[in-house]
Design a binder for this molecule. Structure first.
Ligand code: ATP
Ligand code: MG
Length: 429
């Protein structure tokens, strides 16, 4: 029996195996808020209606004590659709010591030091459940679109996103190798076998910046598809974001309510096309809004905010200058100074959620780009091989799971969206 199913037991006996989340007692009646992992329920203990031992147990329960409670399910006297438990018996599994996390406000460092306990708080519980729904939505979207799951390696000898954020590890006689910054290059190889694929795994970047949107270990979903070009690549991304949002609205009503998430902006964007601005158009818009960004610079946090501040929908910024983008991105045939890439900026301050591009598929061009970046060696030969044996136009993108979950939940900092965050100054617990 799980609390999430309690409505099916109206009028019947029910058993909760879980923890005490909260308690109020007047001396003759006690209200216990119980949680079992699947949900929360109020249990009512009437002193005159239960045995002495059960009342004594109710009295001594402390926050987070573990217990088994039996009783009859009844309708809440005031709240429609809410059920509670009229308690007949309480068995204590363990009386918890004084719990460090109470109802009072705690600072972020204290909460992060106690992350192993903080995870039990209602909002944190809700965020992890939204995360689970986002993950399953991604799998379902891609399977519907005939992409299959491909597991790319985490230990790799090559850099995909720039050498400055690599975590090195000593690998036997090989010397230094790295933790993956993205599975993309391997996924490109795999889709030349399976046509359309996605990976989903931990990703590591030694980010020196302390922002609300950077972790050093985060989960990324990379997708890649053969014969998909730039515009279709953006269509797939837009479809995925709408699919995720729709799923969250369907499945996470309780969680979003706990998180006090205003759902209107999410509902609204489902029926609207996302905005697509070229990098040049974005520059013009930024200048008209007073930004002093220069052509050829990356967008900062503030720029992303300006570009989306009055938008009901996420904004694609596409066709960036080649000079600031990685070697594998394909040049725009209409203007070879630009590449066929896109960043998707979420609304409500979510920031960049996705980075994607069409990949260079010409052997000689790609070889020259790799050499220009000083990336030589056998690590890149296999990648070049893909352009020798049946090369095809292909595109893909990477979605940051924590940024997506943070946006869905309205979280201020993405560190709350992963169970045990790793940041530049935090590896514990
Ligand atoms: P940013 O400019 O914000 O650092 P990026 O351009 O380095 O992002 P990509 O390399 O395109 O990001 O990675 C794809 C996606 O992975 C990003 O759009 C973002 O959602 C997510 N991501 C990238 N770096 C991090 C990080 N350090 N922590 C959490 N998510 C990240
Ligand atoms: Mg980055």
């Amino acid at each position: 029996m799980l609390i999430k199913d309690i409505s099916k037991y109206a009028g019947q006996e029910f058993e909760v195996k879980g923890w005490l989340y909260n308690k109020r007692s007047s001396g003759s009646i006690a209200f216990l808020e119980l949680r079992d992992g699947s949900g929360f329920v109020q249990a009512v203990v009437v002193k005159a209606g239960v045995g002495e031992e059960t009342w004594a147990n109710a009295e001594k329960l402390t926050q987070e004590s573990s217990l088994i409670v039996k009783g009859k399910v009844s309708k809440h006297p005031k709240q429609e659709g809410v059920f509670e438990l009229q308690v007949s018996d309480i068995q204590v599994a363990q009386i918890a010591e004084e719990y460090p996390i109470t109802k009072k406000e705690h600072g972020p460092d204290f909460l992060l030091d106690n992350r192993h306990l903080w995870l039990r708080s209602k909002k944190q519980w809700a965020i992890q459940r939204v995360r689970d729904i986002v993950i399953s939505a991604i799998y379902d979207y891609f399977h519907e679109k005939s992409f299959i799951k491909i597991d790319t390696p985490i230990i790799t000898p090559n850099a995909c996103e720039g050498a400055t954020t690599l975590f090195g590890i000593q690998y036997f006689d090989e010397g230094e190798v790295f933790l993956s910054q993205s599975g993309q290059l391997y996924l490109e190889a795999a889709v030349m076998s399976v046509g359309r694929g996605f990976d989903f795994g931990p990703t590591f970047r030694a980010e020196k910046s302390k922002t609300k949107r950077h972790l050093t270990e985060f989960w990324m979903m990379d997708a890649e598809a053969a014969f998909v070009e730039h515009n279709e690549n953006m269509d797939i991304q837009e479809g995925m974001i709408k699919f995720i949002i729709k799923r969250c609205l369907e499945k996470c009503q309780e969680e979003l309510t706990i998180l006090e998430r205003n759902q209107e902006p999410l509902k609204k964007l489902l029926n609207l096309p996302f905005v697509r601005l070229t990098y040049s158009e974005a520059m013009e818009k930024l200048h008209s809004l007073g930004s002093d960004i220069k052509f050829g610079e990356d967008l900062g946090n503030d720029d992303e905010g300006l570009l989306t501040q009055n938008s009901d929908v996420p904004v694609f910024i596409h066709k960036w200058p080649k000079s600031i983008k990685p070697f594998y991105m394909k040049r725009d045939s209409a203007n070879p100074d630009l590449v066929l890439n896109d960043d998707l900026i979420g609304i409500e301050g979510a920031g960049e959620i996705i980075g994607g591009s069409q990949r260079e598929d010409d052997y000689e061009v790609l070889k020259a780009e790799i050499e220009k970046e000083g990336l030589k060696g056998p690590e890149y030969q296999w990648y070049l091989d893909l352009r020798k044996y049946g090369s095809v136009p292909h595109s893909g993108f990477g979605l940051g799971l924590e940024r997506t979950v943070g946006w869905m939940c309205g979280a201020q900092h993405i560190r709350e969206t992963i169970p045990f965050p790793r940041l530049i100054n935090r590896v514990r617990p």
